[in-house]
Ligand binder design. Sequence first.
Ligand code: ZN
Length: 328
Amino acid sequence: MPEKKRKKYWVGFDLGGTKMLANIFDSDFKLAGRARKKTQSKNGAQSGLDRIAETIEGALAQTGLQKDQLAGIGLGIPGPLDPSRGLVIHTPNLGWRNFQLRKPLEDAFRCPVFVINDVDAGIYGEFRFGAAQGTRCAVGVFPGTGIGGGCVYEGRILTGRNRSCFEIGHIQIIPDGPLCGCGQRGCLEAVASRLAISASAASAVYRGEAPNLQAQAGTDLSNIRSGALADAIKAGDAVVEEIVRNGARWLGVGVVTLVNLLAPDVVVLGGGLVEAMPAIYVEEVTRVAQARVMAPFKDVFKIVVSQLGDDAVAKGAAAWAEACVDGK
Ligand SMILES: [Zn+2]
């Protein structure tokens, strides 16, 4: 196996609210293997760290690789974190606070480990391999359980000195609006995340206005996921469609601020809601953004859907690890 031994492999990890994914890529970024586990978010950070390590071990076992063939590991983690220290500051949807991720994984796998925000990883993946190739400024907006954002500017992920940033979900768009998971009021996430949309859809089911969603998911928020919303709309639940379109329009209002601040070449929409209903999202976000940006910014940006889909975060995290190790 001398040939295989010389090759470098990179692990890209995506820690989602419900599932975690470890992908292993060869030096050409072709997928060599993968493993998934449920996140089990209620069990705390230490248990989460153990599961992350087990999932990476599982992907290694599946590909028949040894730890010493790994050149680096990149982890895409939700919520504000400190990439310089590999520290999770706070992940509201998992309940992890001030938790060191990098050191124990470097000890376990004996290779460099990089911890970055998940949508930073996603938009970096799109910049390297997908919908944002060749751009000067690419912005990622990924609505899901929350709403994540990320920005790649001239090939680098935009971050603070010791904080990831670009928390588009917490742009405040309705002063004194609904409470947000972050503790503030009127954030974009409080009106346009999957959780906010599902809560409105559950009310519509309760009022008897969404029979198809009722048959499929009932009023339980944990069952009203992106796929269930998309299916109900296809089956004719007009009220559900209006609720989703309204959420997408709010997302467009958030995008207006990003365009006015950064003049990005491209805004890439991704995440569960967009993957389930891409046409609705592109249509509404584009319409609102074009109508509301300052005149000089009209028509100089594009709103597109993620090309890497489910793999965006893991592939981008692995590619970021490569960029950091190889100095790209
Ligand atoms: Zn917030």
